[in-house]
Design a protein around this ligand. Structure first.
Ligand SMILES: Nc1ncnc2c1ncn2[C@@H]1O[C@H](COP(=O)(O)OP(=O)(O)OP(=O)(O)O)[C@@H](O)[C@H]1O
Length: 224
């Protein structure tokens, strides 16, 4: 039997804005196998990003439980949760979120600083990560000197910096043209072959068609 790396049980999340309460997740149960390639799909505004934030420990549910790598997140205080995130999960977002004043290598190093990698190991490791995404020759370029696809590959290198088991991505190709998207996808499939657990929130049906598992979110619930 395959090992489960993430579970959600009866997870709910509501947002209160003024007098309006939005029930973004209304009771979600799921499990994701270690080493699997999963897409989370569904209509806009139905709770996909909220689900990603909960299973990534970026936000907490109002009720229910989330377990990541054997740790139930509600039992962790904020600093333990941040440590678990830093060790186990690499995040990639639609808009890259690179620091504009830093080079590609320095952007990758920022993730290592937070997790206490010794300073002299940071640069060689960042270069290794950049070469894994085919950007060894762009280590000294700043984000505005890189194409969108290259910027996203730097963001993937940064997400890999602490060798996480899980890569959690929100529309990682949503801002890319089809050639850049294909390059990023090849990297993600390579990482999957290397054993990473890949979870992608996407509207892109081509990506979903290539996933091993699909989680469909509708009206704050998992659709059958
Ligand atoms: N921080 C927030 N404060 C208030 N409401 C929020 C917040 N984040 C999300 N919502 C609401 O929760 C619901 C679910 O949003 P969510 O971002 O999870 O949807 P989504 O499926 O990821 O949408 P999209 O595909 O458009 O990104 C929406 O009605 C949204 O407006």
């Amino acid at each position: 039997m395959n090992e489960t790396i993430i579970t959600a049980e009866k997870a709910t999340k509501s947002y209160v804005t003024g007098s309006v309460t939005t029930h973004a997740l209304r009771g979600v149960d799921l499990s994701i196998e270690k080493g699997s390639f999963t897409c989370i799909i569904g209509p806009s505004g139905h709770g996909k990003s909220t689900l990603m934030h909960l299973i990534g420990g970026l936000d907490r549910p109002n009720s229910g439980t989330i377990t990541v790598a054997g740790r139930e997140l509600s039992r962790l205080d904020n600093s333990s949760l941040a440590r678990l995130r830093g060790e186990k999960i690499g995040f990639v977002f639609q808009f890259f979120n690179l620091l504009p004043g830093l080079t590609a290598r320095e952007n990758v190093e920022t993730a290592m600083m937070l997790s206490g990698v010794p300073e002299k190991e940071q640069a060689p490791r960042a270069l290794d990560m950049l070469s894994q995404v085919g950007l060894a020759d762009k280590a000294d370029a700043r984000p505005n000197q890189l194409s969108g696809g290259q910027q996203q590959r730097v963001a993937i290198a940064r997400a890999l910096a602490n060798n996480p088991e899980i890569l959690l991505m929100d529309e990682p190709t949503g801002n890319l043209d089809s050639a850049a998207e294909a390059e990023v996808l090849e990297i993600l499939f390579k990482l999957h072959r290397q054993g990473k657990t890949i979870i992608i929130v996407t509207h892109n049906s081509d990506i979903a068609a290539r996933a091993q598992h699909i989680i469909r979110v509708k009206d704050g619930r998992i659709a059958p």
